[in-house]
Design a protein around this ligand. Structure first.
Ligand SMILES: [Zn+2]
Length: 371
């Protein structure tokens, strides 16, 4: 019994460790997909600029002439068509990348759950694994509809589906382009000035494509992991929030780092909580629970500020949470992370990191009672 429990404990450490390493790779993948979306969104921009210059120059009104409405409409429609084609490419690519991501996450999470098996399973064959897993009820294949549901689920923020978000970015271009062109003409701007205004509109679309790509990669990964945990609720009994120990982690997520939730808790936060959120849940298995102990030794990656404020990657104890991590950072880092007012309250001991967040929201500065 004890021997089994100990193996189970070290199994949990290995799960945690493996998922953390997997998530670091996932952020790299997220960046690669975002770069791809940016490239597709800006595809042919130079060609379009030539078209723009040509059309604009051919019909350019005199500085004091009234704004040329037909020209406005033509160019705005052209840019909308062009953006539509590029967004179509982003959608197709993202759809393919997300499907692959779901598949990969499923393999990773189920494969990771294998690690809690109290057996020297590394020596076993694939077929033996499958037998053990079946006996314990792990590695249950998810029904096919899960894939479709995950791809088609609306974002949790406002009911937008990611494809709709890209559509919306494209549709908004027409009016914005018209508005900017009208200002160029009315102001008698030079061609490069007019193009610069245009470019700003297009950059907005590209930024949307990038944000959607990054956030969706995280969302589908988290959704599939959650479904695997739920499907294996006889083994996985809870989840623990894992935030990233660096300066980009938002205060709300930082306050929740390593917080534990029951698998069926209806109030647990859903990640990504906001665009660019990188948080996820690590599973807690029955073995931990049976032992009644904290997660033992093991490490997680964090960044560490040196005395010049420069961040270096460093392994820290697995059970160190964000607040404990922040306490160990130099004052200059704490100050830049929290901002001057929160830092003052934190330094004087009026507030802990968790004290800055209430009910999932950051407490506004003016509501903090400073002594
Ligand atoms: Zn987060």
């Amino acid at each position: 019994m004890i021997a089994e429990a100990i193996k189970g404990t070290s199994g949990n450490v290995r799960i945690f460790d493996r998922l953390l390493r997997h998530r670091i790779a996932l952020v790299r993948e997220e960046n690669a997909v975002a770069r791809e979306a940016i490239a597709l969104s800006t595809q042919g921009e130079r060609e379009f600029r030539e078209h723009f210059y040509g059309t604009f120059a051919a019909q350019r009104p005199e500085t004091d002439a009234p704004v040329n409405m037909p020209l406005l409409n033509t160019l705005a429609r052209d840019v909308q068509d062009w953006t539509g084609r590029n967004m179509g490419r982003v959608t197709v690519t993202l759809d393919r990348r997300l499907r692959a991501r779901i598949e990969d996450e499923y393999q990773t999470v189920t494969g990771t759950l294998f690690q809690i098996l109290p057996h020297p399973f590394e020596e076993k064959t694939q077929a033996q694994w499958a037998q053990i897993a079946a006996r314990l009820g792990i590695y249950r294949p998810l029904p096919e509809e899960n894939y479709k549901e995950i791809l088609d689920n609306p974002d949790m923020w406002d009911g937008y589906h990611w494809r709709e978000r890209l559509e919306d970015a494209k549709d908004g271009v027409f009016l914005k382009a018209k508005h900017n062109l009208a200002r160029s003409m009315a102001g008698g701007e030079s061609m490069p000035q007019a193009w610069r205004r245009f470019q700003e509109v297009l950059d907005g679309v590209t930024l949307t494509a990038e944000l959607v790509a990054k956030t969706e990669i995280q969302r589908v990964s988290n959704e599939i992991a959650e479904r695997v945990y739920q499907a294996n609720s006889d083994v996985v009994t809870g989840e623990s929030v894992v935030a990233t120990l660096d300066e980009r982690c938002c205060l709300i997520c930082a306050a929740d780092d390593r917080k534990e939730f029951a698998l069926d808790d209806p109030d647990k936060p859903i990640f990504p909580r906001h665009p660019r959120c990188r948080c996820f849940y690590a599973p807690m298995t029955r073995f931990w629970e049976r032992l009644g102990v904290d997660p033992p030794e093991g490490t997680r990656a964090g960044w560490w500020a040196d005395k010049d404020g420069e961040l270096h990657r460093k392994q820290v104890p697995a059970n160190m949470n964000f607040s404990q991590w922040l306490e160990k950072q130099p004052a200059a880092f704490q100050r830049s992370y929290l901002g001057p007012s929160r830092y003052e309250a934190y330094r004087k001991g009026d507030y802990s990191l968790k004290g800055f967040v209430n009910d999932g929201k950051i407490i506004p500065l003016k509501k903090l009672s400073m002594n």
